[in-house]
Design a protein around this ligand. Structure first.
Ligand code: ATP
Length: 327
């Protein structure tokens, strides 16, 4: 049996609480792991100013995957942890796919997946200020779209659609974003030539918001850019059982660097330390991690145990124990 080297960042607030339940599920599923725990996040930053040292990134490159709870604390200025830790990790490790699955409860178990481009767009950090703090201040925030970046995200979407139900929807705003949207549409049409069996569709992002609420069954796999994907996947979480169930993967499908798996929710300072957080999103993220490192059977068992207990109530540890015994 292979032993998987996993870097664990519990992080802040409810992060360590939910990750503990995820690790409990790994154990119940009988997978062999070698864990390295990292003390990173808002609390660490407030203590000694450390965010994400390059030496830690180098260590992570020797791991098979990263399992992260949540990072962020009240008192840390906006952007320090987001840009300095989460975005740095995505950019430096080139985790170009953000994959978020959604299960619609009580709807014959219909599920769909959003593939969000994870390294470019408005999140690339292009832009700046002119005449800052004057009445004539100018701020620009560019959207960076490379053919390579769009193409590889779109290709992953087509590959996933082929492995599922042969249906892929591109979501963008091509009628207004006529430069980036045009590049995305052309890249989509070009990659589609390689997947003749996949039926394709297109929605503007504003229309997609309506469909997410009114008719999410129309979707199977969606591919979209970084900003639209960020917003759309929070909406996806809200229409499919809530933030306590939403899981995500930040992936390098080429496996050049370790991929990172985390629940969509944040550190939830309002309920931290009270054993109240729902650990299912973290446990489902752990199942994606196991699938990615080749433990399909264990991942399937964890997924089945979670799906059978989506309505479980109780404390964090009670829900974790329930799922561990179901596994
Ligand atoms: P961030 O910026 O890190 O995403 P946030 O405060 O915007 O932080 P969350 O930390 O996700 O967002 O919290 C949003 C709300 O959802 C809070 O009221 C929180 O208590 C609740 N919440 C988040 N995760 C969970 C969970 N696993 N179980 C129960 N409630 C949760």
């Amino acid at each position: 049996m292979a032993t998987h080297k996993i870097a664990v960042v519990g992080g802040d607030g409810i992060g360590p609480e939910v990750i503990a339940e995820g690790l409990k599920a790994f154990e119940a599923a009988g997978v062999s792991t070698e864990l390295t725990h990292y003390d990173l996040g808002g609390a660490r930053y407030l203590r000694d100013g450390t965010v994400l040292p390059d030496s830690v990134l180098d260590e992570w490159r020797n791991h098979d995957a990263i399992y992260l709870g949540a990072v962020g604390s009240p008192g840390v200025p906006p952007g320090v942890i987001e840009r300095g830790l989460l975005l740095k990790m995505r950019f430096e490790l080139d985790l170009y796919i953000n994959r978020r699955p959604f299960l619609l409860k009580g709807d014959n178990g219909h599920d769909f997946v959003v593939i969000r481009e994870n390294t470019e767009g408005t999140y690339a950090g292009e832009g700046g200020f002119l005449r800052k703090n004057t009445p004539h201040e100018i701020a620009t925030q560019g959207s960076v779209n490379t053919w390579r970046g769009a193409e590889r995200a779109i290709r992953y979407g087509f590959e996933l659609a082929s492995a599922r139900n042969n249906h892929l929807t591109l979501v963008h705003k091509t009628n207004v974003l006529t430069f980036s949207g045009d590049l995305w549409q052309r890249a989509f049409d070009a990659v589609a030539q390689d997947f003749p069996d996949v039926e394709t569709d297109y929605n503007h992002v504003d229309a997609a918001c309506i469909y997410f609420v009114q008719d999410p069954q129309r979707y199977d796999v969606i591919v979209t850019d970084n900003l639209f994907g960020d917003i759309l996947t929070d909406l996806g979480g809200a229409v499919s059982g809530g933030i306590g169930l939403a899981s995500s993967a930040n992936m390098d499908p080429t496996r050049n660097a370790p991929s990172m798996f985390e629940p969509v929710h944040g550190s939830a300072p309002d309920i931290a330390g009270q054993n109240k957080a729902n650990p299912i999103a973290a446990i489902l993220s752990g199942a994606m991690l196991l699938e990615f490192v080749g433990e399909q059977a264990a991942a399937d068992r964890i997924l089945a145990a979670c799906n059978a207990n989506l309505d479980a109530t109780g404390s964090t540890t009670e829900i974790g124990d329930l799922i561990a015994s179901a596994i």
